[in-house]
Design a protein around this ligand. Sequence first.
Ligand code: FAD
Length: 333
Amino acid sequence: MYNIAVLGAGIIGVSTAINIQKQIPSARVKIISEKFGQETTSWGAGGLFRPTAKFIRGIPEETIRRWARMGWDFYSSLAVSDQAKESGMQIVSGYILTQTKVENPTYKDCVYSFHEVSRKSAEEMGFGHYKYVYLVTTVIAIVKDYLPWLFKRFKENGGETEQRRIDDLNELVGVYDLVVNCTGLGSRTLFGDTSIFPVRGQLLRVRAPWIKHFIYTEEDAYLIPNGDLLVVGGCRQENNFNLNIETSDREGILERCYKICPALKGAVIDHEWTGLRPTRFPIRIEKEVLQLKRGRLMVVHNYGHGANGISMSWGTSLDAAELVKDALLSAKL
Ligand SMILES: Cc1cc2nc3c(=O)[nH]c(=O)nc-3n(C[C@H](O)[C@H](O)[C@H](O)COP(=O)(O)OP(=O)(O)OC[C@H]3O[C@@H](n4cnc5c(N)ncnc54)[C@H](O)[C@@H]3O)c2cc1C
């Protein structure tokens, strides 16, 4: 029986842990993490399935499309199942507003529908100053439901958890046959990877039950229905580690969002949130054998998903779990 530790309890850690359980049913899998649940970056994300190749540099397009497809098959099957409520997967329609033509986006072959909106309709909806408006029907993951749902599956399969910060990888040598690194931004210090950096985002969750659709622009203004609440965002600030809520960011977000959706006025703020998108070009999914003071440590990495971590979590985790299986089999030979 293999002993495997997955480091990190965000969306990437738990998705990878479940896929390892599926691919190696005899393995003992433990998630070790400093933070769980609402303390993770994953918890607060908007969760819209709209993987954007622009934010995933250094990966072949066919791989990005394959990850998107694998994720879509899983999320969309949940959204139409009797697990939809519990898993937080919901079908949602909305508009993408842009000044440049969107020819063949990564998500086009996945989502339920993708159509260009006529000029007349775009103008009637107040989107006339955008050259192109697309109507898209996709899914959102309400992460505050989806993350606990995944943890429940993980525990039902015999998975264990431990709340602990790892500062020295030597602690894991001889205890685990393999360690999976899903620590996101934590890889900077734990694995010395300075190529991962934060892209700070701030958003609001408001009560606006009269707005049922999403609106997405390329100018840091978006609205995403999120269960009983509506996510209103956002911003993208590279290399900014600040986790405080900034008044100036809130004012900027609201000003931009009122412009694309005047109907937002009157919405009551439920809460605000900031998060750091763990960004790396390319996303790192690979095997490595580390020679540490206490001995060898087999590691599989899965981190650096940036703005696409929710959309890409399932697809990348399937590949990472496959690497875990390969690494263990080749070590046995
Ligand atoms: C404002 C905002 C909006 C977003 N909207 C979307 C969206 O609409 N769609 C989408 O697909 N994505 C979105 N994202 C991106 C998404 O949130 C991230 O890509 C994703 O959450 C990354 O998941 P993760 O598991 O890698 O990281 P995290 O959720 O940060 O988890 C990392 C885990 O590692 C643990 N850890 C770190 N270091 C250590 C250590 N030394 N020892 C032990 N444990 C450690 C942490 O405690 C944590 O549990 C958004 C992000 C932000 C900030």
